[in-house]
Structure formats: C-alpha cells, structure tokens
Design a protein around this ligand. Structure first.
Ligand SMILES: NC(=O)c1ccc[n+]([C@@H]2O[C@H](COP(=O)([O-])OP(=O)(O)OC[C@H]3O[C@@H](n4cnc5c(N)ncnc54)[C@H](OP(=O)(O)O)[C@@H]3O)[C@@H](O)[C@H]2O)c1
Length: 288
C-alpha cells in the first residue's frame, strides 16, 4: 500500500513526482483512471488506499479546448468533482494542480497575482480549471490547490510531450530566426522545484490554495533570451506581439504568480532554476 497515488503518470509533472517518490507512490495513466470516463475514482481509491492523491492529470490543450469545451470540462471540472468526492468519502488528502490561466481578465495588470486576487479566466481551459478548483473547495476541506505557471521539466511520454524550453531549443537548432511573443508575461516554473515545494507544503501541513512558481515575471521573449544565453546558442531572436500570431484561445497578457502565504515555500529566481534545468538536461542527454 503506497502513501501517494499520482494521476497523470505520463505527463511531465506526474512523471517527476513518480520519479521523486519512488516506492512511496503508485502512479496511474489515463488507461488506468480516465477522469473523463466517470464512475471510477471511488473504485481506484478503494483499491490503492492512498493517504494522498496528487492529481497531475489534466486536459491541457489550450487552443483545442476552444473547439471541444465538453472534453476540457469533462476532465478538468467534472472529473475533478468526482475525484474530490471520492477523496472526501475515504478521507484522502487531495493535492490538485491548477493554473495561472485562471487569471487574465484584468487588463493592465503588471504585478503578480496572489492567492487573494479574484480569478477571471479568458479562455475555455482557464474556466474549466477554475471550475475544477471550485469543485475541490466545495466538496472536501481536506485539500491543497496548487496554482502554478509555465511548467518545464523532462517532457512526458504522454500529455503535451513538450514545453516552452524544449520548443525554443528545437527551433534554435532548426530555424535561423526565432519570433517570440514579447507581450505575454508569466512566471516560468521548473518542475523539480515545484515538486520540492509541494512536498514541503505537505510536510508543513498546508491546506487550501497556494501559488507555487519560480520567482520573477518575464515575457516569453525574455525567457527565450535567457534560454539561448544559458545554452550558449547564438540564434537571432525577434520580439513579436501575440496579435501577430493568431490563436484560437485568448491568453492572459500578464499572469505571473506570487504567494502571500507566510507558510508557503519560496521557489528560487527563474534564472537559477533554468540554469539547473539546462545543466541536468545536458548531463542526462534527454530531450523531447
Ligand atoms: N504545463 C504547463 O505549463 C502548466 C502551467 C500551469 C498549470 N499546469 C497544470 O499542471 C498540471 C500538470 O501539467 P503537465 O504539464 O504535467 O501536463 P502534461 O504533460 O500535458 O500531462 C497531462 C497528463 O494528464 C493526463 N490526462 C489527460 N486527460 C486525462 C484523462 N481524461 N484522465 C486521466 N488522465 C488524463 C495525460 O495523459 P495522456 O498521456 O493519456 O494524455 C498526461 O499524463 C495540470 O493540472 C496543468 O493544468 C501546467
């Protein structure tokens, strides 16, 4: 009987938790628990009897969600509702991951959002994730909702299978000039740092809502500059506006996160995390 049950084993975050927790955890893929299928969560919790569920599973395709909102809600809202009910029934602590995309409605925002700020999503994905948060909050007091932002870690074998850092490194190897959006700002967060911070939260007994992201607020353009600098790649980088790159989903112009909670762990500045990630990636020889 493992202490932790991880959902979303094939994704970048689920995979990182599974690796960190080793024998203390059982990690399940969508094939073993499909959150959109309904009716399975109680059975799975009864079978594995964990003390803590780490729900790293999500419908994450931000643009696609505009065209198939039912699928996004089936996983991120209704699937989470059922999971929260099953956890509440069995007294299992639920750690649920949410996103900076629950923000974005506030135009002109230029300082990080904290747990005290009113959410206001601008796309289907963000609304579905916010609905998931509210289901968790209303169903079980025994929870921690972790909002995070711009995740990059070892890419998963499933889920999105990539992240912004991997994308930039790939483009730098294949394209002479990179055009990157300079008017969307967030707090890029390294997965191993997030995993450490979540485990610290659990040790400290945090409940409720917490923002966990590497410190700092950068545009995707500035983040790409940082990646190319650290990786010592001399590729031409040009700033563009999000308006020059039409997409199905509207995205927040500013969605950096910070925590107001005194009991929350502080994650290091984004540049230090990025340096470590690129060094680990190079040493391990893995890529997306
Ligand atoms: N990535 C980011 O930049 C970012 C930013 C902010 C917040 N977050 C949040 O962080 C969490 C982890 O994200 P991530 O980057 O690890 O995502 P990811 O790499 O895309 O992985 C998503 C995982 O969810 C699984 N999944 C999808 N639909 C499912 C379903 N119906 N039932 C069960 N599992 C399902 C996927 O399985 P398959 O392999 O079968 O598809 C995959 O294992 C999510 O809650 C996400 O909303 C992510």
């Amino acid at each position: 009987m493992a202490k932790y049950l991880i959902l979303g084993r094939t994704g970048q975050l689920g995979q990182a938790f599974a690796q960190r927790l080793g024998g203390e955890a059982v990690a399940l893929s969508r094939a073993e628990l499909d959150l959109a299928a309904g009716g399975l969560a109680t059975e799975v919790l009864a079978a594995y009897r964990p003390q803590v569920v780490l729900n790293c599973a999500a419908y994450n395709h931000v643009d696609q969600a505009e065209q198939e909102p039912q699928q996004a809600f089936a996983v991120n809202a209704l699937g989470v509702r059922e999971l929260a009910r099953a956890c509440e029934k069995r007294g299992v602590f639920l750690v649920h991951f949410s996103t900076d995309y629950v923000f974005g409605l506030e135009t002109g925002r230029r300082h990080p959002y904290t747990e005290n700020d009113q959410p206001g999503p601008v796309n289907v994905y963000g609304v579905s994730k916010l609905a998931g948060e509210y289901f968790v909050r209303s169903i079980t007091p025994y929870h921690l909702i972790v909002r995070t932002c711009g995740l990059y870690g070892r890419p998963g074998q499933g889920g999105k299978r990539t992240n912004f850092v991997e994308l930039i490194l790939h483009q730098a190897a294949t394209t002479p000039i990179l055009h990157v959006v300079a008017d969307q700002v967030c707090s890029p967060t390294c997965v191993p740092d997030l995993v450490d911070a979540v485990l610290q939260c659990l040790e400290r007994g945090l409940t409720g809502l917490v923002h966990l992201a590497n410190e700092g607020a950068v545009s995707w353009y500035e983040f790409a500059q940082g990646i190319l600098q650290v990786a010592r790649l001399s590729v031409e980088l040009r700033p563009i506006s999000w308006r020059d790159r039409p997409s199905l989903a509207r995205r927040p112009e500013y969605s950096a996160l910070a925590s107001m909670r005194q009991d929350a762990p502080r994650l290091r500045y984004w540049q230090f995390a990025l340096q470590d990630y690129l060094a680990t990636r190079a040493a391990a020889g893995w890529h997306s």
